[in-house]
Design a protein around this ligand. Structure first.
Ligand SMILES: [Zn+2]
Length: 113
């Protein structure tokens, strides 16, 4: 894979991941609001509403947890890809660090993988 493609794919994936993460956090916040705000007033009249509120809180917490885990994985993946691209640009003969995407070592002229 060319480095430019890699960067493009990474940026596209990153934008998606961040948008989705934000969406998850927003939805979880909305659920929490729905759980507490009308839940408390409803619970006074109807005690069974506490169960609905508790379920909403549990779902919101699960969403936030999923987002946390998922964003962590996404960051790990991004870091792994970056170091992979850098190691591919390292010359196997002289150890020189070349710019990612170059075909020949700038220091000794050996072909890069
Ligand atoms: Zn070299």
């Amino acid at each position: 894979m060319e480095f430019a493609d890699l960067v493009q794919a990474e940026q596209a994936g990153g934008a998606d991941a961040e948008t989705l993460g934000l969406l998850l956090a927003g939805l979880a916040g909305l659920l929490l609001f729905c759980a507490f705000r009308p839940g408390i007033t409803a619970a006074v009249a109807e005690p069974a509403m506490w169960i609905v509120s508790l379920i909403l809180v549990a779902v919101a917490c699960l969403m936030l947890l999923a987002r946390h885990i998922w964003m962590g994985r996404y960051k790990e993946e991004r870091e792994r890809r970056r170091s992979e691209a850098l190691s591919q640009a390292r010359c196997a003969y002289c150890g020189g660090q070349n710019a990612p995407g170059t075909k020949k070592c700038a220091f000794c002229g050996a072909p890069l993988r």
